[in-house]
Design a protein around this ligand. Structure first.
Ligand SMILES: [Zn+2]
Length: 263
């Protein structure tokens, strides 16, 4: 059953008061999680106009950190912009807006989605390596790994986890000539084996959804992220910036699934 936009907003409004107590404090870091910025509909597709307003708000009112600054433990804290998967709209829509507003971001790339790298025919929305190189050349974009085949690491044997992580890391480093030091778990799920490997192969790993990273008690290999959804609009986006909507996770736990579909 589709969940109406009204119901989604009602849940956000209901959990907001609790966020006043648990919201972001100095030194805390909120890692924002975006997927598509196309405006074709769906919760994890942010309309481009709204995405740009969100960037304006961040740039004007907040401290936008690079992932490296956040992982190093910035004393004042702030927000990090992350985009998952890697489709054509990252180059065509997201990148020009990041450049216009001078906002840094990390792209967690599932390298099997890049043109010419997948097993089957290319997605018409696939990014090319030269588009990714253009993104890196702006100096604003860090490319991290999101596995090669967007694999569910909670269910994958250890050797598959290792292959998926090293294959995507090596492709990024070979094709883009940059170090790939950060990782994000597909579907925000992991396993003890994947955790061991992430610690061995990367400097950080993004794991949980709807969790603000607390100053002094953040494990860089278990970073929490805050998913941004189309139903957030601008008002709930501002609440998420302040770490005040982590409670939205409860609604999705009750629904038994996230705003994204895990096969
Ligand atoms: Zn993903």
């Amino acid at each position: 059953m589709p969940v109406s936009s009204f119901a989604r907003k009602a849940v956000k409004a209901a959990v907001l008061p609790g966020g006043l107590v648990t919201g972001r404090r100095p030194g805390d870091v909120v890692v924002l999680l975006y997927h598509r910025v196309v405006g074709a509909g769906g919760e994890i597709d942010m309309p481009p106009g709204l995405f740009e307003r969100q960037l304006e708000v961040m740039a004007a009112q907040d401290r936008v950190l690079t992932l490296d600054q956040a992982v190093a433990g910035d004393p004042e804290g702030g927000v990090v912009v992350s985009v998952d998967d890697g489709y054509r709209d990252f180059h065509d829509t997201v990148l020009p807006l990041l450049v216009r507003h001078r906002v840094p971001a990390v792209l967690y790339l599932a390298t099997g989605l890049v043109a010419g790298e997948g097993d089957g025919p290319d997605d018409p929305d696939a990014l090319t390596w030269s588009q990714l190189a253009e993104a890196v050349a702006t100096g604003l974009v860090t490319v991290g790994s999101h596995t090669h085949g967007h694999v569910d690491l909670a269910r994958a044997p250890e050797q598959v986890c290792r292959d998926e992580m090293t294959r995507s890391r090596d492709l990024i480093e070979d094709r883009l000539g940059v170090a790939c030091r950060h990782f994000a778990y597909p579907w925000a799920v992991g396993s003890p084996a994947a955790d061991r490997l992430a610690r061995e192969l990367f400097d950080s790993a993004a794991l949980d959804a709807w969790r603000t990273n607390r100053a002094g008690s953040t494990d860089p290999w278990r970073l929490g992220r805050t998913p941004l959804l189309a139903s957030d609009g601008l008002a709930f986006f501002k609440a998420k910036l302040q770490g005040r909507l982590d409670g939205e996770a409860l609604a999705y736990r009750l629904l038994g699934r996230g705003p994204w579909r895990r096969p």
